[in-house]
Write a protein that binds this ligand. Structure first.
Ligand code: FES
Length: 94
């Protein structure tokens, strides 16, 4: 089973990933406190996270991410948690 490692400034939490789950759903189960005003529809731009490892295990950037995140940040790993469906181990900075 794949894992998502959430890292904050002072803690790290490891959560098992169920197939097809977005990072927002996993973060909510892990009580990581991500903001999500639009309920995960890609319209509010609040659920920003950084994928610091395992970027090859994530889906391609969506149009919603291109709208809300700058191309430089996208290139460096910033994503919208509600748009990312990992297929393997990833590490996320919240
Ligand atoms: S929850 Fe609104 S953009 Fe992700």
């Amino acid at each position: 089973m794949s894992r998502v490692i959430f890292q904050t400034e002072n803690k790290e939490k490891v959560v098992e990933l169920e197939s097809g789950q977005t990072l927002l759903v996993v973060a909510e189960k892990a009580d990581m406190g991500l903001k999500s005003a639009c309920g995960g529809h890609g319209s509010c731009g609040q659920c920003r996270i950084w994928v610091t490892a395992g970027r090859e295990e994530t889906n391609a950037t969506t149009d919603a991410e291109k709208k809300h995140l700058g191309s430089l940040n996208l290139a460096q790993g910033e994503r919208l948690a509600c748009q990312v469906v990992p297929t393997g181990d990833v590490t996320i900075k919240v």
